[in-house]
Write a protein that binds this ligand. Structure first.
Ligand SMILES: [Zn+2]
Length: 530
């Protein structure tokens, strides 16, 4: 997929100037310090959670172990867990509290196909060859959110603060596969504000139109008729011809589409063998454009061209929506409150070993040398971004157009790595990931307490959502009533791979860290340059 990481990276990275945030948030300094200490006290269980989810490395819709593991931890900590929400087996909600505002906290949990990597090793070294891996760092997000929520809950219990939390995992985010379905299922009904978190190389947040495209993910399946391709070709109707025809027609049409669009496809099924006219073939398209209306038009055009290709080849076509993402729009009052906390927390104390390992990854893979950041990123605003378009998409957009929402980027990965690649997995079960998640959890916890104790902040966030964001556009996804989450995705693949992957699952009862279980020395040897 394109994506989130790139986007969030850009979101905090594009900002050019530091803006002093308005001091909106007013939770008492003392209770925020208690929450930060509560997170710090959880550094060990947080490390275990990050390492455990890294070792599961499950791709979209197959986060079976990951989901059960995280939900169990929340249940043990007093949250009420509802599993399988929105018709998605690996989705859940975990709620706690009473009265006050309802604050939703989420992060993604899925891995990526084909990027298995041994953590703590700076050269390409799959843990399980051919298996999925956390080549974006989604293993750290929900553990970080859980640590924040547990710390907040303890503070709220101690001080008898009213308020409610709802934790939710982003399932199949790499497929843009679930958040529009969460919204349609009413998961965010009654939610006052949502704080979302994504792994990054920087620590920051932003607001306004974040320059990310709306997106439709759709698979077209053409149905023809088999025949001997040489002896009786006139008896056949080639579904592959239809796929090729559609691609050709789309690429001619591309010249006459708005310059803001981006579209790309893969042929998922091109037939069996050349002497059998393919009766089944499919292509999988991503259509992207800047707003709801533009991406809807693009989708309609794709559907027309698919029908035309079927007509031209004597085949028929069916389609399945596989995912959707709304454009991203961050809430200004929330972003300013969170940013004040990010500045107050500051960056992790990187050790010499952390900096050495970051340098090793960059050296061994031919990336530009850049140390782990030691200052937080500037607040990203419409002014600092200057209207730049990122091109990629993130389905947190669907939540952003439903309730006031921000994304906090936390510094658990190494600068200049390639996302959706094994280099982005190398640090994700090392102290770099662990420390980045600790500071992220502190900022999340402090911002939640601001929301719980400052009715004005909740009111301001809602006013911005209604008066500024809704004036810019309004939520209008392409989902049809019979569109369903693509929960079958990656099922067959994981049935094949899981037995081999299970041998590498982290066992925290026997090893303090996953690196120790794998016998990986940190930061390891200094590699030769590339
Ligand atoms: Zn992501």
């Amino acid at each position: 997929m394109s994506r989130a990481m790139t986007a969030v990276h850009a979101l905090v990275g594009l900002a050019l100037a530091v803006q002093a945030p308005a001091a909106q948030a007013a939770a008492g300094k003392a209770i925020k310090a208690e929450a930060a200490a509560g997170v710090e006290a959880q550094a060990k269980p947080l490390q275990v959670m990050i390492d455990q989810v890294f070792s599961y490395a499950e791709p979209g819709f197959q986060e079976v172990r990951t989901s059960a593991y995280l939900a169990d931890i929340l249940e043990k900590n007093g949250f009420t867990v509802t599993r399988g929400v929105a018709g998605i087996p690996t989705a859940f909600t975990a709620t706690w509290g009473s009265g006050g505002p309802l604050i939703a906290l989420g992060s993604d949990i899925d891995g990526l196909l084909g990027v298995s990597q041994t953590p703590g090793v700076a050269t390409l070294a799959p843990l399980t060859p051919g298996a999925p891996g956390h080549g974006e760092g989604h293993n750290s997000g929900m553990p970080m959110i859980i640590a924040a929520a547990i710390a907040v809950k303890a503070v709220m219990e101690k001080h008898h603060l009213p308020g409610r939390l709802m934790l939710w995992p982003g399932v199949a985010e790499e497929l843009l596969g679930t958040k529009a379905f969460y919204v349609r299922a009413g998961l965010f009904k009654g939610v006052d504000a949502c704080i979302f978190a994504h792994v990054n190389t920087a620590f920051g947040t932003g607001y306004g139109d974040l320059g990310m495209n709306a997106m439709v993910s759709v698979e077209y399946t053409f149905h023809g008729k088999t025949a001997h391709a040489a002896a009786m070709p006139w008896e056949g109707r080639s579904a592959l011809d239809a796929v090729e025809m559609m691609d050709l027609a789309w690429n001619f049409r591309r010249e006459h589409l708005p310059v803001s669009q981006r579209s790309h496809d893969v042929i998922g099924n091109g037939g069996g063998q050349p002497n059998v006219v393919p009766a089944l073939a499919s292509n999988w398209y991503y259509f992207r454009d800047k707003d709801f209306a533009a991406v809807r038009t693009l989708y309609d055009t794709g559907n027309e061209i698919a029908e035309a290709a079927a007509k031209a080849t004597g085949t028929t076509v069916t389609r399945q929506l596989l995912g959707y993402a709304a454009p991203n729009f961050g809430n200004k009052p929330l972003a300013e409150a969170a940013y004040a906390n990010i500045r107050a927390v500051g960056m992790p104390q990187w050790s010499a070993a952390d900096q050495a390992f970051a340098r090793s990854i960059q050296t061994a893979n031919g990336f530009r040398l850049q140390p782990l950041a030691t200052t937080v990123a500037p607040l990203s605003t419409p002014e600092t971004r200057g209207g730049a378009s990122i091109g990629a998409s993130d389905d947190i957009g669907d939540v952003m157009w439903t309730v006031p929402t921000i994304t906090i980027g936390y510094p658990s990965n190494v600068p200049n790595i390639i996302f959706h690649h094994a280099t982005a997995a190398m640090a994700m079960a090392t102290p770099i990931a662990h420390k980045g998640a600790v500071v992220g959890a502190k900022a999340v916890a402090m911002t939640v307490l601001d929301l719980m104790t400052t009715p004005q902040l909740v009111a301001d966030a809602k006013r911005y959502f209604t008066d500024v964001q809704q004036k810019a556009d309004h939520y209008d996804p392409v989902l049809a009533p019979d569109d369903r989450p693509a929960i079958h995705r990656n099922e067959a693949l994981m049935a094949d791979l899981r037995p081999a992957m299970e041998k590498r699952y982290y066992d925290p009862a026997r090893y303090p860290t996953y690196l120790e279980q794998l016998g990986v020395a940190y930061p390891g040897p200094t590699p030769a340059g590339k």
